[in-house]
Ligand binder design. Structure first.
Ligand code: F6R
Length: 254
């Protein structure tokens, strides 16, 4: 009998090596299934991955024209062309480097009427046949997407109030001025994320180490939304050495 353990944890010496391995996996998946549906994250963590994907795409002439993407989240009230929007982040880091068809790039529109926009997004994911591979980062407070810690979690794409620490970690997108960072966002929900067929969670740096250890070894709790990834049967957690420090400490102390 064989057991599949999920989450599987892989630790790399540095972010660059981790990015290269994950980019190679995505490239391989895309070559095997040109119609791959990929869920994408923004933030500092996947920047090296997107740079590597751009490089691999040019080197191997990867064809993205039949692939579909869905990004996790967007700031409420921020139009897609705003320089601080996640849409613009993705344009700069990935979309302009690959031949994704514009109509196959799916994004929550921060300026659309929120409730209808969330329903539209859920319908679009279902119409695409669901997400094959979801890339995630993790907030220092344990959020995934913008599913913030709280007494309850929302299952589907929804409007969310951002925690002060989340607004702070996005301040550079808005000229370094916290008062310009939107207080709310739209985000895929926990069930939306957990229904992806495979999940890759990336975490870099010591600021993520304690959260990562709780995600792996702690209880399921809405105060650490990423802990719900323990329920998924196919999750890879890809860490650099610093993000794995607490896990290793726990391992050494038995
Ligand atoms: C962004 C997202 C967030 C980030 C998280 C980590 O689309 O979904 O959950 O992944 O806030 O952000 P960084 O990578 O900047 O530490």
């Amino acid at each position: 009998m064989s057991f599949v353990r999920s989450p599987r944890i892989t630790v790399f010496p540095d972010t660059g090596t981790a990015a290269a391995v994950v980019a190679a996996r995505i490239a391989g998946a895309l070559q095997q299934n040109p119609s791959l549906v990929i869920g994408l994250a923004t933030g500092r963590t996947p920047v090296a991955l997107y740079a590597e994907l751009a490089r691999v795409t040019a080197a191997r002439r990867l064809d993205w024209s039949s692939a579909t993407t869905f990004n996790l989240d967007e700031f409420l009230g921020v139009p897609p062309e705003h320089p601080g929007s996640y849409r613009q982040f993705m344009e700069g880091h990935l979309f302009r480097h690959v031949n994704l068809r514009p109509e196959r790039i799916n994004f929550l529109v921060g300026t659309a009427p929120a409730e209808e926009e969330c329903r539209r997004y859920e319908r679009a994911i279902a119409a695409a046949g669901g997400i094959d591979l979801q890339i995630l980062g993790i907030g220092t407070n344990g959020h995934i997407g913008f599913n913030e810690p709280g007494l309850s979690l929302q299952s589907r794409t929804h409007r969310v109030e951002l925690k002060p620490e989340t607004r702070q970690s996005n301040v550079m997108l808005f000229g370094g001025d916290l008062s310009n960072v939107p207080a709310e966002a739209l985000s895929m929900g926990m069930a939306t994320i957990l229904q992806a067929r495979s999940v890759i969670l990336l975490a870099n740096g010591e600021s993520k180490a304690s959260c990562v250890a709780q995600v792996v070894n702690g209880p399921l709790t809405t105060s650490l939304p990423a802990s719900f990834l323990q329920l998924h049967h196919d999750v890879d957690i890809i860490l650099d050495a610093a993000a794995a420090l607490e896990l290793e400490r726990e391992h050494r102390s038995g």
